[in-house]
Unconditional design. Structure first.
Length: 220
């Protein structure tokens, strides 16, 4: 019932030039607001832009899942003023313990995100914003307690290759790439991000969600 109402709202928006802009978000548990009894960044950003929020993010989603979801959501993308994508952390999750697999994971993320953006543009050319990660696995005090020094180093490497893949996908498709690491780790990367994270050390808390929302540029 809720989906039908959203589609009706989007149809009306497409027919009415004076209707509120529409922001569509594709992503994983970060964008879905997991582990935080708060509004996730898609809702915060849309509200700040007086836009309709269509959050298609799902916990556990991979870049391939997002790519596969596009055909069924053509009506949504046809009305989008902007599409925000934050995906790729779960692609790394299964291979985090084997750094030799990081390049292959990154290649898959890049290919899937590029294909996702091209599929969206085939429906409707609109601004696409791709967000990077501050960390694709645990961070802050939880990471320090859970991982040894080597694993903390691996988490930095894993995050770097995923972010590079996302940045390349954005560049190749003429999209906008926005890093989030400085918002969590500070401009020199030395800040402890624990105060921006939920107790699981993996997802943003309310302050972290606000920090991500604040990075996305105003709607054109």
């Amino acid at each position: 019932m809720r989906r039908a109402a959203v589609l009706l709202l989007l149809l009306l928006a497409a027919c009415d030039p004076s209707a509120a802009p529409v922001v569509v978000t594709l992503g994983d548990s970060v964008a879905a607001g997991a582990s935080c009894a708060c509004q996730p960044f898609p809702a915060l950003y849309a509200s700040s832009q007086h836009a309709t929020n269509v959050n298609l993010a799902r916990s556990g989603a991979t870049a391939a899942d997002v790519r596969a979801a596009v055909p069924a959501e053509k009506a949504v993308f046809a009305s989008a003023t902007e599409v925000v994508i934050m995906i790729g952390a779960n692609d790394m999750a299964g291979d985090f313990d084997d750094p030799s697999k990081y390049p292959a994971v990154a290649t898959g993320v890049q290919d899937d995100v590029e294909s996702t953006i091209k599929a969206i543009e085939a429906v409707h050319r609109t601004r696409v914003v791709v967000l990077g990660y501050w960390n694709v696995v645990l961070d802050g005090k939880v990471a320090a307690k859970t991982y040894g020094a080597d694993k903390v180093s691996d988490s930095e490497s894993a995050t770097a290759v995923v972010n590079k893949a996302l940045q390349t996908a954005a560049t190749q498709t003429g999209s906008t790439y926005i890093p989030t690491d400085a918002a969590f780790h500070g401009p020199d990367g030395s800040n402890d991000p624990t105060t921006l994270l939920a107790p699981d050390g993996d997802h943003p808390n309310a302050a972290g969600q606000r920090a991500i929302a604040a990075l996305i540029p105003p709607l054109p």
